[in-house]
Design a protein around this ligand. Structure first.
Ligand code: SAM
Length: 188
């Protein structure tokens, strides 16, 4: 069987993130990706987890507490301001990152990620990504606003210089109803 979208995104991160790395969850939502990153970076690693909604931050905090994870910095701010947090010099390279785009499952479906901020955050991460590190985007074209974000993100990543980056698209092309897919960017 082929790995599903979330499993495959985690598989790629597991292959490329090392224990002790600093990594980013650009959209922490209900905290499932944050928890996963917290485990693979280990107690000497660090996860910076962003979301613009207090509800998402508190859902993620509850999930981390339930699992006894303490290596996560939760940041209630847009990921487009990510540089403000990286610029402190405290974190020199980023071991990996995930963007799970769209809206908060179980939350307000009108609060969605937007291409303009997604692209700013992605470019900041790519600058600080370690060699062999990956930035993963899980893209959902099915909700209102999702198709525009998909088009803009694809248009952007397709132009990343192949001398420096490998860009992979992974998705199920026979699924109905605009299924999600992955864009994974690996720094050479
Ligand atoms: N990764 C999450 C999980 O494992 O449960 C799911 C994330 S959910 C699909 C998308 C999240 O992106 C929502 O919680 C939403 O509030 C957040 N979001 C939207 N715009 C954002 C922005 N500019 N910066 C950070 N988070 C944003």
């Amino acid at each position: 069987m082929l790995k599903g979208i979330i499993n495959y995104s985690h598989h790629l991160l597991e292959q490329s993130v090392s224990s002790g790395d600093t990594v980013i969850d650009a959209t922490c939502g209900n905290g499932h990706d944050t928890l996963f990153l917290s485990k693979i970076t280990g107690d000497n690693g660090k996860v910076l987890a962003f979301d613009i909604q207090e509800e998402a931050i508190s859902n993620t905090k509850a999930l981390l507490n339930k699992n006894g994870r303490t290596n996560v910095k939760l940041i209630c701010d847009s990921h487009e301001n990510l540089n403000d947090y990286l610029a402190s010099g405290q974190y020199d390279t980023i071991g990996g990152a995930i963007f799970n785009l769209g809206y908060l499952p179980g939350g307000d479906k009108t609060v969605i990620t937007k291409a303009s901020s997604t692209i700013i955050a992605l470019d900041s991460i790519l600058l600080s990504l370690k060699q062999g590190g990956m930035a993963i985007l899980v893209i959902y074209p099915g909700h209102p606003g999702g198709e525009e974000e998909k088009e803009a993100v694809l248009k952007h990543v397709i132009h990343l210089d192949q001398k420096y980056f490998e860009v992979l698209k992974y998705g199920f092309i026979n699924q109905q109803n605009n299924p999600p897919f992955i864009v994974a960017i690996c720094k050479k």
